[in-house]
Write a protein that binds this ligand. Structure first.
Ligand SMILES: Nc1ncnc2c1ncn2[C@@H]1O[C@H](COP(=O)(O)OP(=O)(O)O)[C@@H](O)[C@H]1O
Ligand SMILES: [Mg+2]
Length: 391
């Protein structure tokens, strides 16, 4: 199918999309490469090789779909009556709620304003039910015209609409329930320390605990991940400095401070999952202005939940620092002025979090022992950071 890759209303390039393989195999024309996903623009500007461009384009497009490592993917696909997530990719023209790219059939007259999911509602209840319920039956009522074809990440998730606003619901991994609570804990810490973040709350859907946060993208913006910003664009040993420099050169104010804030949060929470797709910047898709760093999101895999052990308190873990995995103590070594954080603002946080865990105990069945251990660990982390800041 000959099609135009669009970024909202701007034509990026014209290419042949193979609907069977779900990839691009021929380039007809480049229209506005600066409106392409940054990873593609960077590649093209470095190297005008069409084959490489098509490969990257196909990889980027596939990467928009639900990943093969999504929790309980088989179950979801069975309910949707499809065999792979790539089958879903072009069902809603590749539209997403995290950016404004879409694939327009070459001869079509459709316009962004008629189809985007920021302004047009989509059916959300059947997909939500398919995502979080334990049943196996396929459900022909699930609409595939939705932004749920293009969600990333390992956890079960679904976009919903409430009072006209778009929210992302995310579950825990397998039988774990802590990811949603950790998102709320991150929210509490960021609120207290004044870090920019997206606010998560807890909901119970189909007897499951999920986190809920508002969409932080609107019809004029896109999320550009650190992965896209740095890919083939930095010396991996120097990624941190390069990242800050690129952001500053593109007019992002407080870039260093906000990245430092994110690493402080990760230190407190022992977040193991700050990979390059879990932070980034927000860009305006009309004028390509880099607006700001994206609010902190996805801090769910924290507090050693994957290694939880009822007997011992595991207090160490490794964090992510750009292309490296490192000790949290080493990671916060990058912070220029560690004394700028007022950690007294965290007083009472452990109790607040403990209350939250108790409040949902009837749903989570979490033992008092576990709650106590989690809060002890949190308290240890805060004290450890206080000691570092005071030394
Ligand atoms: N509030 C949001 N608004 C817009 N896009 C979001 C929002 N939260 C997450 N995303 C996008 O969805 C992707 C997956 O969400 P994430 O919270 O990272 O899930 P997971 O825990 O499964 O990795 C993110 O990498 C980001 O691109
Ligand atoms: Mg993620």
């Amino acid at each position: 199918m000959k099609c135009i890759l669009m970024n909202k209303n701007t034509e990026v390039l014209i290419a042949e999309y193979d609907v069977i393989v779900k990839g691009f195999n021929k380039l007809y024309d480049i229209k506005n490469i600066n409106f392409a996903p940054l990873i593609i623009e960077n590649l093209y500007n470095k190297n005008k090789d069409e084959i490489k461009l098509l490969e990257q384009l196909s990889e980027w497009f596939k990467g928009r779909g639900i990943p093969s490592w999504r929790d309980d993917l088989d179950l979801l696909l069975a309910k949707l009556n499809v065999s792979t997530p790539t089958e879903l990719l072009d069902k809603a023209l590749g539209l997403s709620l995290s950016d404004q790219y879409w694939v327009k059939p070459f001869d079509s007259k459709i316009e962004y304003k008629d189809i985007n999911f920021f302004e047009h509602d989509f059916e959300d209840s059947e997909f939500t039910s398919a995502t979080f319920s334990n049943t196996r039956e396929s459900n022909c009522k699930i609409s595939l015209i939705s932004p749920n074809n293009t969600t990333d990440g390992r956890l079960k998730k679904t976009w919903i609409i409430e009072n006209g606003k778009r929210y992302l619901l995310k579950g825990g991994y397998k039988n774990e329930v802590m990811q949603p609570f950790n998102e709320v804990l991150a929210t509490m810490i960021c609120n207290r320390l004044g870090f920019k973040h997206i606010a998560y709350t807890i909901e119970v859907i189909k007897d499951k605990i999920v986190s809920k946060c508002e969409c932080f993208i609107n019809k004029d913006t896109e999320l550009v991940s650190a992965y896209q910003i740095l890919h083939n664009n930095c010396n991996k040993d120097d990624a941190y400095a390069t990242y800050i420099k690129i952001l500053e050169n593109n007019g992002i104010v407080n870039a260093r401070e906000e990245i430092e804030n994110m690493f402080i949060l990760d230190f407190i929470m022992l977040n193991e999952d700050r990979h390059l797709n879990n932070f980034g910047i927000i860009r305006n898709v009309e004028n390509l202005e880099w607006i700001k760093t994206a609010p902190i999101f996805d801090t769910g895999q924290s507090l050693n939940i994957l290694d939880y052990n009822d007997e011992e308190l595991i207090i160490n873990g490794d964090g992510r620092f750009f292309y490296d995995v490192d000790k949290f103590d080493a990671i916060i070594g990058c912070i220029q002025d560690i004394k700028r954080f007022d950690l007294t603002k965290l007083d009472g946080l452990c109790e607040e979090f403990e209350n939250l865990l108790h409040k949902y105990q009837n749903v989570t069945k979490m033992t008092d022992r576990r709650i106590n251990k989690i809060c002890t660990l949190l308290s240890n982390r805060i004290n450890k950071l206080k000691n570092i800041c005071n030394s």
